[in-house]
Design a binder for this molecule. Structure first.
Ligand SMILES: [Zn+2]
Length: 167
């Protein structure tokens, strides 16, 4: 790595540290020419493979833009969108692959978006899954209703269990 101070073409690593849960490595380097120190960050490049076969670097900003569009006019704040994008990146990176299909990125967005806002979820899903008719929406809404009902039952069950335990 070239020294940013004197442009000497070589440098020596004096310290390496993992950051961001092992996703980054920060190296402290020392220039043998001028003696100054500087830091470099190393990160594995995660590529997204589009349907056309073209790859592009994974971009959290792109996820934020797409999700923000789906959330237009909905009571969803920027922080929640940023958090969702972070979650998506973690999910995608956890696969441990250097390249992921764009389809998988979309899939990783659907779950957390459904938890965030169901209308935004429907908008996103309709594009992502290329809904073609009202019945596609109806089917998806049915699934959402069933999931909501299951969650309600789950909560009620937990309350009953807690009551039985205290007796
Ligand atoms: Zn130097």
């Amino acid at each position: 790595m070239r020294c940013p101070y004197c442009r000497h073409p070589d440098s020596r690593v004096v310290d390496s540290r993992e950051a961001d849960d092992g996703q980054l490595i920060r190296r402290r380097r020392s220039c043998p020419e001028c003696g100054k120190r500087f830091t470099t960050v190393e990160e594995a490049v995660l590529a997204v493979v589009k349907r056309s076969g073209v790859t592009e670097p994974f971009s959290r900003t792109k996820i934020v833009t797409g999700v923000r569009k789906a959330c237009q006019g909905r009571p969803v704040d920027e922080d929640s969108i940023a958090l969702l994008a972070q979650k998506v990146e973690e999910t995608v990176r956890a696969k441990g692959a250097a390249e992921v299909p764009s389809h998988d990125v979309g899939l990783a967005i659907l779950g957390p978006l459904r938890d965030l806002d169901e209308v935004a979820y429907l908008r996103f899903a309709s594009v992502y899954r290329s809904f073609e008719s009202l019945s596609d929406f109806e089917r998806e809404i049915e699934t959402l209703r069933a999931a909501a009902a299951a969650r309600l039952e789950g909560t009620a069950g937990a309350v009953v269990n807690a009551e039985t335990r205290t007796k």
